[in-house]
Design a protein around this ligand. Sequence first.
Ligand code: 13P
Ligand code: 13P
Ligand code: MG
Ligand code: MG
Length: 366
Amino acid sequence: MKVTLSVLKADVGSIGGHIKPSRALFDEVKRFVKEAGKNLLIDSYVSSTGDDVAILTTHERGVNDEKIHKLAWDAFLAGTAVAKKQGLYGAGQDLLKDSFSGNIKGMGPAVAEMEFEERPNEPFVFFAADKTDPGAYNLPFYLAFADPMFNSGLILSTKMGKGFTFRIIDVAHTEKDRIIDLNTPEDIYEIATLLRDGERYVIESIFSRSTGGHGVSVSTTRLHNIAGKYTGKDDPVALVRVQGEFPATGEVLAPFEIGHYVAGFMRGSHNGPLMPCPLNVTVSYFDGPPVVTGAAFCVHEGKLTEAADVFDHPFWEHVRGKISEKATAIRRQGFSGPAMLPYSELEYGGVVEKLTALDKKFKLRD
Ligand code: 13P
Ligand code: 13P
Ligand code: MG
Ligand code: MG
């Protein structure tokens, strides 16, 4: 059967700053999805990563379905009402529009979706990251789908040996989606050229060249492009189908061992290493470090198994230790150089205002 996976994610309020949603908020979103989704969804799974709540749904309505998007929007509104009642920080933070207008994309919440013919066995991983933006997935997904140093399946599997098509979106272009399709292995230098700039060029999808199957879908919203000002980081979600014509689960996870530096961290204005963490993790040090979680499932006739927590394993404890060292290493240089994001990405108005005021005081020497 043809199934659609839709994950919709928003920060609608959290305890003690940008740390985690309250139990009451979380339970309300879950209750709402269950009740309102009765005749709409086959299955659902609600989770949190840092201060973000994600609603993963399965259904047969295809991508960009108005009813599915409205269900999530209304669930986030219900969560916001609880957040307001409890006086949570940033209640309704990611709901940038006053009323729902047909598609949740461009309204604040992050969305990743894919529709496909279910394979007899259909494993996939749902990733969610907090205190970073969609470009955070560029490097790990490039390495998992294009580099045999991380994915030896590219040389062991004839299906994967045919390569993949990367669909990359220019997130700076807001009037209309501006996208490009590039193929591995022949276009890997072109792909790398774009992906090095994760604030502008973001992997939106990856397709198998052997079967045409849709393997990856990433949320590509940039909140500051919608709101015109800082309203929180664009904490991204992603769906990745695994095995068969796609990488094995462990091949997709392998590049996350790097803990590469990504944009985000405190006030969405710094660079910090991405730390793979167990499900429902919170953030801490310097409102970070940026975290990513992974829930692996099998889906059959739209029904989800229980989640397997892919980063909850002794191996990743060692990795988290190394990544903590990377986090303190860059933090020790405070505001200087690459510790902070460039001017174009500084999301708080303060720096911009200060520079404008200082500009008038500069003098030209004769
Ligand atoms: P199993 O032999 O455990 O099924 O593993 C096969 C495989 O491809 C692991 O990546
Ligand atoms: P969020 O985008 O997760 O809400 O974090 C915002 C922030 O300013 C953290 O310091
Ligand atoms: Mg927040
Ligand atoms: Mg967040």
